[in-house]
Design a protein around this ligand. Structure first.
Ligand code: ADP
Ligand code: MG
Length: 701
């Protein structure tokens, strides 16, 4: 069956028609034969097993039992009549119950004859019962040709209300198999099929919809998941290859004076091994003539800034400018000050551009940028404005990438005739699983080591009722000279309420920590930038001991003397956000603490989040838990990629298959980079079909 036929609009399938076609489209996104073929069942009712009554469990599962009806009676109660049958096998007794169609059952049922019954098990008191069982005499059951595993398809209320029940969907798919003669083209090479002992695509499709046995179902699932992930990986890897070959990059082929000078005379500490390794990886990239698109992952406090600076110095050594873009003004300022301090007396010009830089100053910056006097420009989104023109931008560093969208990055991309190298830094660890699927076309460097001497942060969970004790603890820490963050949630949907929470909280803290003994800063999103900076500054300089804030401080702010992080309504924060916030402390030599405050009302997910935070400081472990809790769909960037619209595979659960798919995709491209060899013709054809309508987005991501 060729793939064109499978593109036939679903309306032309016998049994569909315009109404059903519209429903299938709007409810399940099914437009073509192909889409219906790929509507894979969510689960299966196992009719290969026969259960004994003694084996039944109160699991709500559908089971099949062989036995006899020994007794039938009608029970008449206020709420209505029901028909109850006593059903037995050689291990026990249970009940079958009918609320509707009782007359027909009474007239047709045969007592003391072996039946096979099938249905959902309930338990009332000590007795199991099955309402409205499917039933069939054993004789007929044995004679008939049966689907042993009944597929249950994804559905919606609207569909089943409109008569498109599971049975109907199953019938339509049977019809599809009839019309296509179940003759589905192979999409993988013979080599892969033999090597992985896969069943054919046609067999897999047949058994995913009409499994002949558990074993064949498992094989069908494996085959289809592998295939799906294999093609995702091929696309990602191919994009990466295209980028490396086609997009000429700026070759930074020399390590020059500024880099060496900095390394020898200005490095304030020994680099960790991880930092050294990552700088080497980046240097290799920058030295080749391919454009770099690299993601630098490192937990909060792992020291990404100095890595970024050293890369910027490489750009400068090769006659280029560099920029560093941060998501907030506070962070941009902090980077600017931090970089200036690191550079010390070195002869490097560095300036900052944010929304609040005055017009007159701005003009000067624009000029110095265009005539190349300016080496490094730090800033916020303001850098993206068209007016901001570099003489020759060689490297763009983006901090905390998830705040920026693809479109914004593409603007950066166009700031130079030859695209600049791009280094994206993120403190949100991306689980390997996800990184492989989502960023498979990016290069990734990981700083997986913290600078020496850091004490792990102690994290505890406290209920609001213990607030007084927590406040006493804060007072003790402040007495020792420490500083404290108190953070309130700010979720956009309920901004007004959150704002009120923050203000109420601030007032009560101001009462418990009165002047003149205690000085409090407050920073939140509704303040003017200059007021924020002023308050921030007071805290950074140690003039205030407590910083009350919303999540604006989430990213990057560095105050080594702050050693206590209190997170209010911690149950309302996501895991990665909690981890980010916690990363604000633990930056100095002192023991740091993170206290998660909540009420007693906690959802089960919230409990897992809190327990995870208390258990571990490891960002990657936290990210894995987060991925499991939320699923990949909700995580940053997944929607953007469009590649995770998987029909059967699950990148979390099918991690092993994903690894194998990636392995074989890499191997294929290594052997046959253009997928041109005759033995790979099926892969080539499938790949072309899959990608023909898609613009290449891999350049910028
Ligand atoms: P992040 O990765 O969160 O951006 P930073 O770059 O802000 O981390 O570094 C956190 C702190 O650790 C800074 O105060 C920085 O000076 C310090 N630091 C970074 N690298 C090292 C190192 N190798 N040894 C000691 N301190 C370091
Ligand atoms: Mg940082």
């Amino acid at each position: 069956m060729n793939s064109n036929f499978l593109q036939t609009p679903i309306v032309y399938l016998k049994g569909v028609g315009p109404n059903r076609a519209e429903l299938l489209r709007s409810e399940l996104g099914i437009e073509s034969f192909q889409d219906l073929l790929q509507l894979y069942p969510n689960r299966y009712l196992d009719k290969t097993q026969y259960y004994k009554i003694v084996q039944l469990k109160d699991s709500g599962a559908d089971v099949q039992i062989l036995g006899k009806i020994v007794h039938l009676k009608t029970i008449d109660q206020k709420r209505g009549k029901r028909l109850v049958a006593s059903f037995v096998d050689d291990t026990g007794q249970m009940e079958l119950v009918w609320f509707r169609g009782q007359k027909w059952i009474k007239e047709n049922i045969k007592l003391n004859e072996p039946y096979v019954i099938f249905g959902r098990i309930n338990r009332y008191g000590g007795t199991f019962s099955m309402p409205h069982p499917e039933m069939e005499l054993l004789k007929a059951h044995q004679a008939g040709l049966k689907i042993s595993m009944q597929p249950i398809y994804p559905s919606t209320e609207k569909l089943s209300n409109s008569g498109i029940t599971n049975r109907v969907v199953s019938k339509l798919i049977q019809q599809l198999f009839l019309e296509t003669k179940a003759n589905f083209e192979e999409t993988l090479s013979q080599e892969l099929i033999s090597e992985l002992k896969l069943i054919s695509r046609a067999d897999a499709l047949l058994n995913i919809h009409f499994p002949k046995s558990q074993e064949l179902l498992a094989k069908a699932q494996f085959r289809l998941k592998f295939e799906e992930l294999f093609y995702v990986q091929l696309q990602l890897l191919n994009k990466k290859a295209v980028r490396k070959q086609k997009i000429k990059g700026l070759a930074f082929d020399q390590v020059g004076n500024t880099f060496n000078d900095f390394f020898q005379n200005h490095l304030p500490f020994q680099l960790t091994n991880a930092q050294k390794r990552v700088i080497k990886e980046i240097r290799n990239d920058l030295g080749s003539s391919a454009q770099m698109n690299r993601l630098l992952q490192g937990d909060v406090g792992s020291g990404k800034t100095i890595v970024a600076l050293m890369c910027m110095l490489l750009a400068i050594d090769n006659g280029y400018q560099a920029c560093l873009m941060a998501p907030t003004e506070i962070l941009a300022n902090q980077h600017f000050n931090g970089l200036k301090e690191l550079l010390g007396e070195m002869d490097i010009t560095i300036e900052i551009l944010t929304g609040s830089v005055k017009k007159s100053v701005r003009k000067g910056i624009h000029e110095r940028l265009e005539n190349g006097i300016l080496n490094i420009l730090v800033g916020t989104h303001a850098l993206l404005e068209d007016k901001v023109q570099f003489q020759n931008l060689g490297l763009a560093v983006i901090d905390e990438q998830h705040r920026f969208g693809v479109a914004q990055r593409s603007k950066l991309w166009r700031k130079n005739q030859v695209p600049p190298h791009i280094l994206v830094m993120t403190a949100t660890p991306i689980p390997r699983t996800l990184a492989m699927s989502l960023y498979g076309d990016l290069d990734i460097s990981v700083i997986d080591e913290l600078p020496p001497g850091r004490k792990p942060i102690k994290t505890v969970h406290r209920y609001d009722a213990n607030r007084l004790k927590v406040f006493q603890f804060i007072k003790d820490e402040i007495k020792k000279g420490r500083q404290v963050y108190i953070v309130y949630p700010l979720i956009q949907e309920s901004e007004a309420l959150d704002y009120k929470d923050l203000m109420d909280g601030y007032e009560s803290i101001a009462r418990d920590f009165p002047l003149p003994d205690y000085q409090i800063s407050i920073v939140h999103g509704k303040m003017k930038a200059e007021d924020k900076d002023y308050e921030m500054e007071r805290f950074v300089k140690g003039k205030t001991q407590i910083m009350v804030a919303t999540t604006v401080i989430e990213v990057g702010v560095n105050v080594p003397n702050a050693s206590v992080m209190i997170i209010e309504s911690a149950e309302r924060f996501g895991l990665s956000q909690l981890h980010q916030l916690r990363g604000r402390v633990g930056r100095g030599a002192e023991q740091s603490f993170c206290i998660l405050m909540t009420s007693h009302k906690l959802s089960s997910d919230a409990k897992i989040r809190l327990e995870t935070m208390v258990r571990t400081n490891d960002g990657f472990e936290i990210a894995e838990v987060d991925l499991k809790l939320r699923g990949p769909g909700d995580l940053m960037g997944t929607q953007q990629s469009g590649l995770l619209n998987l029909k059967i595979a699950d990148i979390v659960k099918d991690n092993q298959i994903l690894k194998s798919a990636r392995y074989y995709a890499i191997a294929l491209l290594k052997e046959d980079s253009k997928i041109a060899k005759p033995q790979n013709s099926k892969i080539r054809k499938t790949y072309i079909n899959l990608t023909k309508d898609k613009a290449i987005w891999g350049y910028i991501s």
